[in-house]
Design a protein around this ligand. Structure first.
Ligand code: UDP
Length: 462
């Protein structure tokens, strides 16, 4: 039978790795609530949808007009990836291309009997642009990271002309030559794909990132997981001039203001109860996100620093397999002043008044959560967009410090912790963090730019 095209059907393509699919789903949930007459098909891998929907409280709030469909991860049957670099799976997914997405899309279209009228996609899934062009429908891309890294991708060629190889030790490498909004950034802050390591073979993932500056101007609209009020105005202006439309959707992983803490029985690791036992701004919270696996000596260094600061309590979200690298007897010796858990309800932890400082890898979601709660940060960035995010924290917002020397050592961490928790400059930093929290609160509200711009997005998909 004929497919109805009066009805609106938005196909949504997630990038199924890291903390990518969650903000996209949150964006779609927000849109689906405002556009009840629109049907959304959400495409991601089985594994990714499993982890997205595993939180029951979240899956209950998903509107009926969002349907989930599985898309293949692109890993050929029988291929064992255990001995490959973890990034190999990203490449395989991207290399599976438009054909892979189309297979699932065709199934969805026939199942719900509606033609596709719009495509929303993670910016990384550039194959979905090919589909949107084939169907002649608008393509909307979500950039899940900060706008500063998006901005850098637009200048890849210009940067490569000036700096041929990436030199991590280089103290210079200023990017101010691009335009004044880059004056705080250096080549060492850039995601790896912008300046390649010498003679490195470029992965599909890296090529995809390098293509962002060419691909994103094709989008009807680029949506960012951020608030305009937090970005340097020059950067915003420059980005806007390069795209058809740019919409700041706010921190998509946070429904601000935060909901009340869950009842104690859902705080499975007892993290929140632990925080309740401590006085205001007294405690260190440590988490390095979901992707980074810090080298053993850095785990040991963190432990040694925590143990040395005798009077300072801590909560440490540490993956089970990393526990093996803790110094012998550490857990027993620190059991009265510290708690190590495999997973913490981080947004609620950061919003808890007992947390005085956050030791983080600078993942965008973690930084956003910290900014929203006014918690100063000690950052140890590892790769990708973490480096630029940390530069924003340290030199643009001035609400945190990058760890001295760039990686965790016992003494560097002790010095940073004392600095942030106890010293005069640290006090100024804490005040700035508090002020920035208020900026976020205003940006979230009805008078914020996000509230004003969001209806434009609803209009495009409707
Ligand atoms: N997170 C959490 N509990 C933990 C560790 C992490 O809830 O114990 C959440 C954290 O709140 C954040 C996400 O996992 O929303 C990590 O995302 P981020 O962008 O910071 O880092 P990534 O994992 O992508 O490196």
């Amino acid at each position: 039978g004929g497919l109805s095209d009066r009805k609106r059907h938005v196909a949504v393509f997630a990038f199924p790795y890291g903390t990518h699919a969650a903000p996209l789903l949150n964006l779609v949930v927000k849109l689906a609530r405002d556009a009840l007459h629109v049907t959304f098909s959400f495409f991601t891998t089985q594994q990714s949808s499993h982890s997205l929907l595993s939180s029951i409280s979240f899956s209950k709030t998903i509107p009926q007009n969002i349907k989930f469909f599985a898309v293949s991860d692109g890993i050929p049957g029988g291929l064992d990836l255990t001995h490959h670099h973890p990034s190999r799976q990203l490449d395989l997914f991207l290399e599976a291309g438009p054909q892979n997405l189309k297979k699932s899309l065709d199934m969805a279209v026939s199942e719900i009997n509606m033609r596709v009228t719009c495509v929303i996609s993670d910016a990384f899934v550039t194959s979905s642009l090919v589909l949107a062009q084939e169907y002649g429908v608008p393509w909307i891309a979500l950039w899940t990271s900060y706008t500063c890294s998006l901005s850098a991708h637009f200048y890849t060629e210009l940067i490569r002309e000036k700096y041929r190889v990436r030199d991590d030790d280089e103290e210079d490498g200023s990017l101010a030559f691009i335009n004044p909004s880059f004056s705080k950034f250096k080549t060492q802050d850039l995601p790896e794909s912008i300046i390649l390591k010498d003679e490195e073979e470029e992965s599909t993932f890296s090529k995809t990132l390098a293509s962002m500056g060419r691909v994103l101007p094709e989008a009807e609209c680029v949506v960012v997981n951020f608030y305009e009020e937090l970005d340097p105005p020059q950067m915003v202006q420059d980005l806007r001039s390069k795209m058809k439309s740019l919409i700041y959707a706010g921190f998509l992983n946070l429904s601000l203001p935060l909901p009340p803490p869950p009842p104690a029985d859902t705080d499975q690791t007892g993290s929140l109860r632990w925080l309740d036992e401590h006085s205001a701004k007294s405690l260190i919270y440590i988490s390095l996100g979901t992707v980074v696996s810090p080298p053993p000596h850095e785990i040991a260094a963190i432990a040694e620093a925590l143990e040395a600061l005798e009077d300072v309590p801590f909560l440490w979200s540490l993956k089970e397999h990393s526990k093996a690298f803790l110094p012998k007897g550490f857990l027993e010796r620190t059991s009265t002043k510290g708690k190590v858990v495999p997973w913490a309800p981080q947004t609620l932890v950061l919003a808890h008044e007992s947390v005085g400082v956050f030791v983080t890898h600078g993942g965008c979601n973690s930084v956003s959560e910290s900014l929203s709660s006014g918690v100063p940060m000690i950052c140890r960035p590892y790769f990708g967009d973490q480096l630029m995010a940390v530069r924003m924290v340290e030199d643009v917002w001035e609400v945190g410090v990058k760890i001295e020397g760039g990686s965790f050592t016992k003494n560097a961490l002790i010095r940073s912790l004392k600095f942030v928790l106890k010293e005069e400059e640290g006090r100024v930093m804490r005040q700035k963090a508090e002020k920035l929290k208020n900026t976020v609160i205003e940006a979230v509200g009805q008078n914020g730019k996000t509230a004003k711009e969001f209806p434009t997005l609803v209009k495009i998909i409707s």
